[in-house]
Write a new protein. Structure first.
Length: 347
């Protein structure tokens, strides 16, 4: 019998409830052992067998745990990852990995010293729309790519009383949604030569940046990443233009909404896009316009956790390399510098 990976989750807010606990619970490689809830006991309603602890220190002091999921507010990531690694645990950390490259380098070195896995929860590599974009590119349907645009469009005028809306170190849309978009772009096109960014506060009374346009500089392709909180009418999530035509993908991956609605990742319809949100290839063939609907690949965050289990058990590379993810942090640092200095920052 293979020993299960005993797992503790550092918080049971949206991230713990939606993105982590259901997957650890459903995956036979793991045992959901402990959850940290500082003032409530909500997790016991769904997972009555789980130990509830009231502090992160208590969580990492549990010698039975193999893996800690650091899904607490962004400003805690560095300190909590360091403490978990020092206690001998493997670590999954929510994005953003850290706030600075120096912090990330220190944690990577510590994980190596301790012989423990450290990986970042960049789950949107397993979004169905992104996997479909990769497939379109790999099949060379568009020829040489000349432009790529991706974005998150949201409409939230109210300022909610949470840490995500309070003026604190690097709190805002750049470090909230930027890691997803930058990571996806780097996966597709590699390291850019430079970054140009505009970052703004648009909502009345906003303490945080709630709009960004980030342009990644490449020699032969234009890459533009956008996210905002005052975008009532969404535009396409992904737009690709190439020498043979274009690919347009509306909507967003359904997994988050499905999980928020109570669907389990084991449900037979989990991760499937709706036909009206399938992407469209618009190709030019000898001067004639050809339109082709592209069915969205099934999104599946379970694949990330399968890879984590393999990494821990077989000492394989983690699904998201923290060293690789340092480039994402370097790009976000450059975005802030670019906005402040109104220039391209070369990296």
């Amino acid at each position: 019998m293979i020993t299960k990976i005993k797992t503790g989750i550092a918080s049971y807010g949206l991230s713990g409830r939606v993105f982590h606990a259901p997957f650890i619970h459903a995956n036979e490689a793991f045992e959901l052992t402990a959850i940290c809830e500082r003032s409530k006991n909500e997790a016991s309603k769904t997972y009555p067998y789980v130990k509830i602890v009231s502090s992160f220190d208590e969580l990492i002091s549990d010698t039975s745990l193999d893996l800690i999921i650091v899904n607490t507010p962004d400003v805690t990531h560095y300190d909590y990852c360091k403490a978990a690694l020092e206690s001998g645990k493997h670590v999954i950390v929510e994005k953003p990995f850290v706030f600075t490259v120096a912090e990330g380098e220190e944690l990577i070195q510590l994980a190596a010293q301790k012989g423990r896995m450290l990986t970042v929860f960049q789950n949107r590599r397993w979004d169905g729309d992104f996997m479909t974009v990769r497939k379109v590119l790999n099949e060379n349907k568009l020829g040489r790519i000349v432009e790529f645009r991706a974005g998150f469009q949201r409409f939230r005028t109210q300022i909610v009383d949470t840490w995500k809306e309070r003026n604190d170190r690097f709190v805002g849309i750049v470090y909230n949604l930027g890691p997803h978009l930058v990571d996806q772009a780097v996966c597709l096109f590699g390291k850019p030569t430079g970054v140009f960014a505009q970052i703004k506060k648009q909502r009345d009374g906003s303490q945080i940046d709630d709009l960004f346009h980030i342009i990644l500089k490449y020699s032969d392709i234009q890459v533009t990443l956008t996210a905002g909180m005052l975008m009532k009418e969404p535009i396409a999530s992904f737009v690709l233009h190439g020498t043979k035509g274009s690919f347009i993908k509306p909507g967003i991956d359904p997994q988050e909404d499905q999980l928020k609605g109570g669907m389990l990742p084991t449900d037979e319809v989990y991760g499937f896009d709706t036909p009206e949100m399938y992407g469209t290839l618009v190709l030019d063939e000898n001067g004639e316009t050809i339109r082709e609907t592209v069915e969205t690949i099934r999104g599946d965050y379970r694949l990330y956790f399968d890879a984590v289990a393999n990494s821990i058990r077989q000492q394989q590379a983690p699904p998201i390399s923290p060293t690789e993810n340092l480039l994402v942090i370097r790009i976000l640092e450059a975005a802030y510098q670019s906005n402040d200095e109104n220039r391209v920052v070369f990296i």
